[in-house]
Design a protein around this ligand. Sequence first.
Ligand SMILES: Nc1ncnc2c1ncn2[C@@H]1O[C@H](COP(=O)(O)OP(=O)(O)OP(=O)(O)O)[C@@H](O)[C@H]1O
Length: 610
Amino acid sequence: MRRLELLIPAAVLTLVVLAVLFAPLLAPHQPLEQNLDDVLGSPSAQHWFGTDSLGRDILSRMLYGGRVSLSSAAIALAVFVALGVPLGLWAGFTSGPADRTITWLADLLLALPTVIILLVVLAVFKDNEVVTMVALGVTGSTSMIRVVRGATKAVRGQVFVVSAEGAGLNQWHILRRHVLPHVRGPITVQATFFAATAVLVETSLGFLGLGVQAPRPTWGNLVGESIQQIQPAPWFLLITGGVVALVALCVGLVGDAIRDMTATEPDLPSPSRPARARPGTASTSPSSGVLALENVTVCHGGVTPLVTDVSFALRAGEVVGLVGESGCGKSMTARAALGLLPDGVELVSGVVRVDGADVAVLSSAARRRLLGRLIGYVPQDPVPSLDPSFTVGSQLAEVVATEPGLSRAEVRERCADLLRRVRVPDVPRVLASYPHQISGGMAQRVNIALAMALRPRILIADEPTTALDVTVQAEILDLLRTLAAEQDLAVLLVTHDWGVVADLCERAVVMYAGEVVEISPVATLFARPSHPYTRALLRADLRGSTPFSQLPTIPGVVPAAGAWAYGCRFADRCVLAADECRAGPVPLRSTPDGVARCVRSDELQKAGVR
Ligand SMILES: Nc1ncnc2c1ncn2[C@@H]1O[C@H](COP(=O)(O)OP(=O)(O)OP(=O)(O)O)[C@@H](O)[C@H]1O
């Protein structure tokens, strides 16, 4: 079906272009040949499209006119692509002054009124169609620059591009071989839409009596003439306008079809991509996990690291807590796993594996689509995460209906079933309610139902109970525990709350200043933390404190992203820090049942104190 959506308009366009190209062979009459005995004759066997006010054959004039109109559109399109693609690629690939200058120029062009520019060009260059079309291509190229720049930025952070740079390939080679193939889709779509616009602009200029002048035919001249003859010969406009509209429509449909095809056929992970092993982290990154992050590094603006070299894995049915102070990189890590990094933040190296397949090599849009099905996401703020304009039922149905082949009744039943599974008491009422009509706890159940709608294998919950009161928190945690156990879900739980970790998680990943500092089973972690940061965090927890005694705190604050100490990043706040800690980066070391990034982890383990 999709192929037909492309093939039919493409076939029509090909026929029109061929007919126009071979006009001297196909046209039954000369375009300027007059017959004043047969003016404004309606379509007949001799004149398929009829005759005009001077008895000239309209079909022949359309065939010859198309040569001017389509070649003009082709000139504009060539300029549009020749300017827009390289500038967009360059801006997207090289952040900094080049990017800023090109973006500024594109903004400037956008601010100029195209119609006025074209009229000025026509006046200055005496109706020169070629110069006018060049001007149209230049002014239009802003949209191509912007789209290509955005698409290039998305590809820029992909691991394979970083690897190509690391291999010393030059920028133009990387752009041509590794970036261009991934931005081909948006380029084709932009080009087809601009081609349709160029045909219509050329026609409009001819219609206004600008550009190529009569008696030389162009589609614009013919449409202009047909409007003057609308009363005696209405079919004249119907035919000339119809051909122009058909061509513009087919160009647009080809663009739509290409867009849809490129949107639903993402690049698949390349099986030939070499595995990149790094020392010191293998023990934390078993690729057998249902979700595995291997040496993930995330940067802002391509330069400021937010998260570095993070590796850990989740097994099916396992709940893992991701713990650390605010700003340590928990959310960025979770978002890297989801393929949902904020604008300007990119995964610059590392691998995210789902069921063993490397999803980091996918384009970001394809990764999002894939992970959207494999990984469910439960947000921190339950109510704002739901769209206030739609009922719970319609929001659930929207997601459920993306599964092909479901009838409306089946979608409704699936939505109700999802709510029952997350223990919503009055399902029909909640389905018919708007988000503001339900409580925070109920909204979080709805978010969990939404996350579960496509039967994901993994659930990532970013502080899912922070915004809820204590009793509701317990219910939501119990629900997550049950879902993980019953449906063999791997759950990554981002939290500040040790109580939640103790209650729900089997293992915890502790992060500090953008890196993993400890991974241990929860029981071990509570009894014998292997990193001074874990120990300090546990000590600072309210739960273990004595009433009216002063709560221990960790002196200092988490350093800003990238402004980390050269050696152990926690050294400045650590009561156990020694010169050795500041001498250089501390690698993760194995502990009896996990890993820790501390030169004194053995000592801490043995001491077994909190
Ligand atoms: N959109 C963004 N652009 C650039 N930097 C960001 C962005 N969001 C967060 N950061 C920075 O990334 C680092 C890690 O932030 P992250 O949100 O992952 O921390 P967190 O441990 O989840 O904190 P919290 O518990 O407060 O959510 C911080 O230094 C933060 O300032």
